[in-house]
Write a protein that binds this ligand. Sequence first.
Ligand code: NAD
Length: 302
Amino acid sequence: MSAKIISGTEVAAQIREELKKEVDEMKAKNGVVPGLVTILVGANPASISYVTAKIKASHELGFYSIQDDQPSDIAEADLLKLVDKYNKDPKIHGILVQLPLPKQVDEKKVLNAIDPDKDVDGFHPVNVGRLMIGGDEVKFLPCTPAGIQELIVRAGFETSGAEVVVVGRSNIVGKPIANIMLQKGKGANSTVTVVHTGTKNLETHCKRADILIVAAGVPGLVKPEWIKPGACVIDVGVNRVGEKKSEKTGKMIPILKGDVDFEAAKEIAGAITPVPGGVGPMTITMLMKNTVKSAKLHARIQ
Ligand code: NAD
């Protein structure tokens, strides 16, 4: 039987609808408008398109948003001053510094200068520590892992007691999603295994997974026969494997593939995310969710 296809595009649209209602209500009842600033340094085309998508989403939800573009030769001290300005701005609840930053700027220094209570990306060491501790300590979950958890929960999979296997141990996907799934509480409480380049037998671990989360960046790494029948498969990998002509625009566009052989895997899994259209669309939506949460926390709205 063919697996249920988990559409990140549909789930993201649903969450954005819920967020729009929440924002309208906050504005009407409390006079609070979520504020987001994106700081873009230079003109990296990929960064421009990410920032544009983030600003567009924030406009659609009725946020107060600032797109603060800076020249590529900005001095580190000036960028730190800018971050500090937004740290102190009461209308701003979320600060996003788009990476990569130019060579003269120490990326870590800039990211660590963001007020952890406005760190809607969830990568500040304070927020990483809060996630590790869990419970009420957690303020902002990093966006891609938070999106993965939403997809699993909204697909109706029981996470409590489930065997979750995470392929990959990066700081932006593997480690945080493993931490999220092992928390005590709703949508988690799982038994988590993390496998990586140092793991001896990837196949044995993957075969045990009720929920298999793959974030390796290696096309086709997970073979269909490694999937437990009926498992929930979340394919985070986005790999460019070639180019094709777009039917819409006639321009050349990349061919994207995940870390799992989708066509074969969907005949074995119970549910699976496609690439593209799976985890990808969730990331910006979760950034919006974090910004709404931050505005509520700052305004002490329940
Ligand atoms: P990364 O390169 O930082 O980490 C990859 C991890 O996979 C490493 O921990 C490594 O140990 C493990 N790995 C690599 N090859 C392996 C192998 N052969 N066997 C076992 N483990 C192996 O990558 P990342 O930033 O975590 O991203 C992973 C993938 O997810 C990439 O394809 C990336 O493009 C994609 N991604 C997508 C989104 C999104 O959709 N929004 C967001 C972030 C990352």
